[in-house]
Design a protein around this ligand. Structure first.
Ligand code: SAH
Ligand code: SF4
Length: 341
C-alpha cells in the first residue's frame, strides 16, 4: 500500500499518470490532501474508477484525536492521537500573541532515555511516517477550526533519529499545510552527525538543542546520548551550524533543583556559549511521575538567568504553558495507558 500523504505533488502526478490517469486528476487529489481529507469518499469530484484505484493501492495516514485536555489557565490544548496501527502519540496546541503553535511528535516513544523525560521512560515503539507528522497538524487544525502558524518538533521522540522522514516532512509542509520553513523549529538532544548534515542543508527553519547541563559528568547522568556525543563535540557542531547558516541556535536548559541550577553551573554554561549566536531558554523542569526531580525555586531561576545576562549571554526564563494539564509530552500517554484519564 502506498502512503499517499507522504508523496510530493510531482511524485503523486507521476504515480497517477503512470497508472493511466490524466494529469489534472493528480491536482484534484492533491487539493483534497491539502484540505485534510481523511477518506477517499470525501473526494467527490473524482470518478469512481479513480477512487476505487486509490482505495485498493493507497492509504491516507490519519492521527485520530482520542483525548483532549484543555488548560483552564491559558487555553493550551493537549491531544492524544491514535495512529492506524493503534499506537498513541501526543501533540500540544499553544496560543501565543503571534498565533497558534503546534508541538508535534516525531516518533512513538524515544530511544534516548533522558531521565527527566516521560517519553524517555516509556521506551521506543517506532518512527512516525512523514504523513503521520502532517496528519497531527491537520487533525489539530480541524479540531480548533483555526489556522496554525508555527510548528515545533518538540513532542515525543527525537527528530534526528528519524532524520529522512523529518526532512521530507519539512519539504512537504509549505505546500500541503501552507506553513513556511521560517515557522518551523526542530529540537534535538544532540545527535552530532545530524547537526552537521542539517547545517549543510541550509534550511530556513530553526534549531533548538537540549543541553540541560554544562558538564559532561552531569549531562551523561541525565542524558545518555552525552556518552556518545559529549558536550565538546556537540558545541563544535553547534558552532558549525551558526557559522554555516548565520542562524541563531536555541539551547534548552531545564532547571532541576540541586542538580544543574547552582551558580557554578550558570557560570560554566555561560562560558560554554559565550560569543555564540544563541539564546538560552530556561525552563522549570516538569516533574514526571516516577522521577525524583523537582523544579528550581523562583529565586534560583531568576539568579541563574541574571548570572547569564551578566556574562553577556542571551537568556530568558520561559513561560510555562498548560501547567495544569501536564503539557510536557509523554505524560498524557503514560496516564492514559495506566487508565488514569
Ligand atoms: N527529543 C528532542 C525533542 C523532544 S523533547 C529533544 O530532546 O530535544 C522536547 C523538549 O522537552 C526537550 O528540550 C526536552 O529536553 C524537554 N523535556 C523533556 N522532559 C522534560 C521535563 N520533564 N521538563 C522540562 N523539559 C523537558
Ligand atoms: Fe527523547 Fe527528547 Fe525525551 Fe530525551 S528529552 S528521551 S531525546 S524525547
Amino acid at each position: 500500500m502506498i502512503d499517499l500523504r507522504s508523496m510530493t505533488r510531482d511524485e503523486l502526478t507521476r504515480y497517477l499518470v503512470d497508472s493511466g490517469f490524466e494529469k489534472y486528476r493528480a491536482s484534484q487529489v492533491y487539493n483534497w490532501l491539502t484540505k485534510g481529507a481523511t477518506d477517499f469518499s470525501e473526494m467527490t469530484n473524482l470518478p469512481e474508477r479513480l477512487r476505487r484505484f486509490l482505495r485498493e493501492h493507497t492509504y491516507l495516514a490519519t492521527a485520530r484525536i482520542v483525548r483532549r485536555q484543555v488548560s483552564k489557565i491559558d487555553g493550551t490544548v493537549k491531544y492524544l492521537m491514535q495512529l492506524y496501527d493503534g499506537e498513541y502519540i501526543e501533540s500540544v496546541l499553544m496560543r501565543y500573541h503571534h498565533g497558534l503553535s503546534i508541538c508535534i511528535s516525531a516518533q512513538v516513544g524515544c530511544k534516548m532515555g533522558c531521565t527527566f523525560c516521560a517519553t524517555g521512560k516509556s521506551g521506543y515503539a517506532r518512527d512516525l511516517t512523514t504523513s503521520e507528522m502532517l496528519a497531527q497538524i491537520m487533525s489539530a487544525s480541524d479540531d480548533c477550526g483555526e489556522r496554525i502558524a508555527n510548528v515545533v518538533l518538540m513532542g515525543m521522540g527525537e527528530p534526528f533519529d528519524n532524520y529522512e522522514n523529518v526532512m521530507r516532512f519539512l519539504s512537504l509542509l509549505p505546500d500541503t499545510v501552507g506553513i513556511g520553513m521560517r515557522h518551523i523549529t526542530i529540537s534535538t538532544c544532540g545527535i552530532v552527525p545530524r547537526i552537521y548534515e542539517f547545517a549543510d542543508r541550509m534550511l530556513q527553519c530553526g534549531l533548538s538543542v537540549s543541553l540541560h547541563a554544562p558538564h559532561d559528568e552531569q549531562r551523561s547522568m541525565t542524558m545518555p546520548i552525552n556518552r556518545r556525543y559529549p558536550i565538546g563535540e556537540l558545541m563544535q557542531a553547534c558552532r558549525y551550524y551558526t557559522d554555516k547558516t548565520g542562524r541563531r541556535i536555541t539551547f534548552e536548559y531545564a532547571l532541576i533543583d540541586g542538580v544543574n541550577d547552582s551558580d557554578e553551573s550558570a557560570r560554566a554554561l555561560g562560558r560554554l556559549v559565550q560569543g555564540m549566536l544563541c539564546h538560552i531558554n530556561l525552563i522549570p523542569v516538569n516533574t514526571v511521575t516516577g522521577a525524583r526531580y523537582q523544579k528550581s525555586t523562583t529565586e534560583r531561576r531568576t539568579a541563574f538567568c541574571h548570572r547569564l545576562s551578566e556574562m553577556g549571554v542571551n537568556a530568558t526564563v520561559r513561560r510555562t504553558l498548560g501547567a495544569d494539564i501536564d503539557a510536557s509530552c509523554g505524560q498524557l500517554k503514560r496516564n492514559f495507558e495506566k487508565g488514569d484519564v
